[in-house]
Design a protein around this ligand. Sequence first.
Ligand SMILES: Nc1ncnc2c1ncn2[C@@H]1O[C@H](COP(=O)(O)OP(=O)(O)OP(=O)(O)O)[C@@H](O)[C@H]1O
Ligand SMILES: [Mg+2]
Length: 253
Amino acid sequence: MKLDRIISVSNRTTVFRDGGNAVKVYRASYPKSAILNEGMNLALAEELGLPVPRFRQITTVDDRWAMITEYIAGKTFRRMLTESPSKADALLLKWAALQRTIHEKRCSALPQINDLAAQRIEGSGLPYDLIRRLSERLQKLPRGHEVCHGEYALSNAMESADGKAFILDWKYAMRGSGEADGAWTYLLMQLDGFGREAELYRERFLTLKGVDAALFEQWIPIAAAAHYGKANERKRALLLHCIKTEDRGEKEE
Ligand SMILES: Nc1ncnc2c1ncn2[C@@H]1O[C@H](COP(=O)(O)OP(=O)(O)OP(=O)(O)O)[C@@H](O)[C@H]1O
Ligand SMILES: [Mg+2]
């Protein structure tokens, strides 16, 4: 394996290109079980017929765990949006519609998003009163059965030169309401500095077939609270703002 072409570096992984393969190398502290789970989720997505890079292998590279997948020659939606802001409308519609193709699938092997959100809110470190109100509201939300990506961010989907889309990074795949997945995508875009695009995405997503706009809005504070515990200080400020804005609205009703 020749790992001299770096595609991407994050604080948890480095992705290399090796000919027709992409090699995602994990930091030493990354739990083995999480890597195997990510590989399993990618394989499930492939078997469900979703457009994903083919899963090839989990192996070790210089004592680090690595996942090998098919290399996709193309650009992430994040890059396309940054390079061509004038095409934002069309790109975001395409991107939102791609997310809905995930929600059309069913897979009982994946964990329930409502259960994970409940656990995370409980351990979020938010004020006790807020946790109680959010948890009560979450209990009333439907337990959906749709496949959810769990981190449908702009950097987690690509388009090849011939216009074919691919969805990457399946480590957080779950099942639940697609609206929950959409609400977290909306927040992820804001956290990533794409505030205007997040509003466009929200508009586009809510017009798609089968989307329940009220449920999407109900999931925004819940999704924000579920991700609060793991967020850094900058992200926490934005998430808290979303939680409090929505919470105030609910209390006044
Ligand atoms: N199969 C692939 N083909 C081409 N490029 C890829 C492929 N897999 C990943 N990439 C590139 O590497 C980037 C990071 O990959 P990925 O999203 O899987 O990991 P990550 O977000 O860094 O992981 P983590 O969140 O665990 O740090 C993608 O945004 C994309 O640009
Ligand atoms: Mg990613």
